[in-house]
Design a protein around this ligand. Structure first.
Ligand code: FES
Ligand code: FE2
Length: 349
């Protein structure tokens, strides 16, 4: 059901310590920990003896010992010790996931381990740009990962759902209109891109504070979606007073069909020195607050309705161009792998 042979974001580095972390990823239990010298380990969170979660056990060097009867597994998933027994059957070994730490995230590879190439991890160079300051956030969401992605691909919701924080109010009936709206989407390989520019538009309260703007701005939003489910956003707010740049990335990792690990970085070229507003803590608190109070309750409520109202279909509109393009791409990817298209992909074949 989930796309294989991709890097999936599994955790923030600060979450992975010598204390085992259990995380269900694409319906599979995974245990993450740091062994000797901080080396990252990702194994099935399932002892081969009687299926106990290894995450309840103890890390010993680069190994982990099951809390139930003491089997020990090394960082390659090889069972290296069975108490009171000299021979170890090969079927006692468990799966080890290729794991990498890059761009401020921990990634695991789902699929054929021989194909795990770190160069295929989504490219987030702004997170290590000295002129930017990255802030990282994690959310657990009780909704399908594609509903979370669709929320990010649907730029038009900002004017409504975030009308007091991030939106421009330009979409509101009777509200002030921008001089022009340019919106286009296009495809490059498997990636789906979009460009949306609003000129001479009212600036929302957050970017107004971030850029010290006193009057209308031009707002440019450039997005890119890539498989399995990452949305990159480049934002510019500009007028003759100032110009501010933001890159934020949203990485949706399925936990199950109806729950998601949602990872985000937010980088900016303002407020990065001197301890004045907005500091990293200010940005973290603003982003956490907007997403957890506006977006996530909405996608979780959508999921509840979808669970109840089987057989209903969405009514896409012009503003949904980017969502539609991504769903068409997903449908192609599932079809070309001979996997039936999941119900949350809004294109049927
Ligand atoms: S279940 Fe792990 S050692 Fe028995
Ligand atoms: Fe939003």
């Amino acid at each position: 059901m989930f796309l294989e042979n991709y890097w999936y974001c599994a955790a923030l580095p600060r979450e992975v310590t010598a204390k085992p972390l259990r995380r269900v990823i694409c319906n599979q239990p995974v245990v993450l920990f740091r062994g000797s010298q901080g080396c990252l380990v990702a194994l099935e969170d399932r002892c081969s003896h009687r299926q106990a979660p290894l995450s309840t056990g103890d890390v010993r060097g680069n190994n982990i010992q099951c809390a139930y009867h003491g089997f020990v597994f090394d960082n390659a998933g090889v069972c290296v010790h069975i108490p009171h027994q000299d021979t170890i059957p090969s079927r006692a070994h468990i799966h080890a996931y290729p794991v990498e730490e890059k761009w401020g995230f921990v990634w695991i590879w789902r699929g054929d381990s021989k194909r795990a190439n770190p160069a295929k991890i989504p490219n987030l160079p702004w997170t290590v740009n000295a002129g930017r300051s990255p802030v990282y956030v994690y959310f657990h969401v009780k909704a399908n990962h594609q509903l979370v992605a669709d929320n990010l691909l649907d730029i038009s919701h900002a004017d409504y759902l975030h009308s007091n924080t991030l939106g421009s109010k330009s979409g509101i009936m009777g509200g002030p209109q921008p001089d022009s709206v340019e919106f286009r989407t296009w495809q490059e390989g498997d990636e789906i891109h979009s460009y949306r520019k609003l000129t001479n538009v009212e600036v929302a309260s957050f970017p107004k504070k971030w850029g010290n703007f006193s009057c209308n701005v031009d707002r440019t939003n450039i997005q890119m979606w890539e498989a399995p489910n990452t949305v990159h956003v480049h934002l510019e707010f500009e007028n003759n007073e100032n110009k501010i740049l933001i890159n934020h990335d949203h990485i949706m990792t399925p936990e199950t069909e109806t729950s998601t690990h949602y990872f985000m970085d937010f980088t900016r070229n303002f407020g990065i020195e001197g301890g004045e507003y907005p500091t990293d803590d200010d940005i973290y608190n603003e982003q956490y607050s907007v997403i957890s109070k506006d977006d996530l309750p909405m996608v979780e409520a959508q999921q509840e309705n979808i669970n109840l109202c089987t057989g209903v279909v969405d009514v896409p509109v012009k503003a949904d161009k980017l969502i539609s393009a991504v769903h068409r791409q997903l449908a192609d990817m599932y079809s070309s792998r001979a996997i039936s298209i999941p119900s949350y992909v809004l294109v049927k074949r």
